[in-house]
Design a protein around this ligand. Structure first.
Ligand SMILES: [Zn+2]
Length: 90
């Protein structure tokens, strides 16, 4: 099972053009208002006890939806979860 998981993540890492991340939501509320969603490589990611794995993938909106099943108010971490939008000049 573990070997398979490792293999999957390796495949994901090397798949071109598609960045797969593990996402975590902080268990502790920020400012008593919301929970922050992080990627696995975030500098301010809490340790294992302070976070909850939400899922993995490259679709931020999907991950956010999943995170909201755990907590009502979830905000993206400004350090690691900037949504990559296609460039548009409105
Ligand atoms: Zn973060």
């Amino acid at each position: 099972m573990k070997t398979q998981q490792l293999f999957d993540s390796l495949l994901n890492w090397f798949r071109p053009g598609e960045k797969t991340h593990v996402f975590y939501v902080e268990k502790r509320m920020k400012f008593g208002k919301y929970h922050v969603l992080h990627r696995e490589n975030c500098e301010v990611l809490p340790d294992v006890n302070g976070r909850l794995e939400v899922g993995r993938g490259s679709n931020m909106e999907l991950i956010l939806t999943q995170a909201k099943k755990h907590y009502q108010h979830v905000e993206l971490c400004p350090q690691c979860c900037k949504i990559e939008k296609p460039e548009s000049n409105a």
